[in-house]
Ligand binder design. Structure first.
Ligand code: MG
Ligand code: MG
Length: 258
């Protein structure tokens, strides 16, 4: 069953995602070699609580932290730890909050210092694949139109698409229907309607698409140890174009002055 949102509810979900967008910008500010992923987590949690929201992931199915911090060959769901970021790492930070009863859920992959051209290109293609997916989030299209657009862009760069993990509906639940895979066929799947809010979140690998789960029960890594990138927007399906509820503008402002 799809939970279609009213215009007022979409504004509340936007507020939640703007808070997440600002948290991600705080991360952009403090990410540097030597910073631990635990430190990022504690800054994020404090920021969320200072804004009268609560972490959306902490305790969700038992997840122990505010952020998912996934470095290099970690795809998603990395647990913040004493690991110190190193020059040349890439780190996906995925953050969820609950504000006014609605979830925000967005992610960005950051470079740590100077990264290799190969990693830079992987991040660019992943972000572009997200934007290609977003273009399809219009009323009358189907989920498969989004999925295929993401897949085509990622594969055109020579990359592979993680299949086991998917985007999702967003609202009072963190993971609502429908599932939004990053691969698929045009014209297939749930029909998109105005009022539907979804997270589109490509997880794109430099090498093989296969993944493995670590013994901590959470961290997902690439099977071949090659890097992976992850970007996530929450969007409301629109009549002519998607209404993007996440913004990277705060991140961009920090990164361009770094
Ligand atoms: Mg997320
Ligand atoms: Mg998500």
């Amino acid at each position: 069953m799809l939970h279609l949102k009213t215009a007022e509810q979409i504004e509340l979900i936007r507020e939640s995602n703007i808070l997440v967008s600002k948290i991600l910008a705080e991360m952009a500010r403090i990410i540097e070699p030597g910073v631990t992923t635990k430190k990022l987590d504690s800054v994020a949690e404090e920021f969320i609580r200072d804004h009268n929201a609560v972490p959306g992931f902490k305790g969700y199915n038992g997840f122990p932290a505010t952020l998912c911090t996934s470095v290099n060959d970690e795809v998603v769901h990395g647990i913040p730890s004493d690991y110190e970021l190193k020059e040349g790492d890439i780190i996906s930070i995925d953050c969820g909050v609950v504000l006014n009863e609605f979830y925000g859920d967005s992610a960005f992959t950051f470079p740590v210092g100077e990264v290799s051209p190969e990693k830079q290109r992987l991040m660019e293609y992943t972000r572009q694949s997200l934007l290609e997916g977003v273009k399809q989030a219009v009323s009358g299209n189907r989920v498969g139109d989004i999925s295929r657009a993401v897949q085509d862009k990622a594969e055109s760069g020579g990359y592979s698409v993680v299949r086991e993990l998917v985007g999702h509906g967003l609202g009072k639940g963190l993971h609502e229907a429908p599932e939004v895979p990053n691969y698929g066929k045009r014209g297939r799947g749930t029909k998109l309607k105005e009022g539907l809010v979804i997270c589109i979140e490509p997880m794109i690998n430099m090498g093989v698409r296969n993944i493995r789960q670590m013994s901590d029960g959470w961290t997902i890594k690439t099977a071949d140890g090659k890097p992976s990138a992850h970007f996530e927007y929450a969007v409301a399906v629109g009549k002519k174009e998607a209404d993007i509820l996440t913004t990277y503008k705060f991140i961009e402002e920090i990164l361009k002055n770094k």
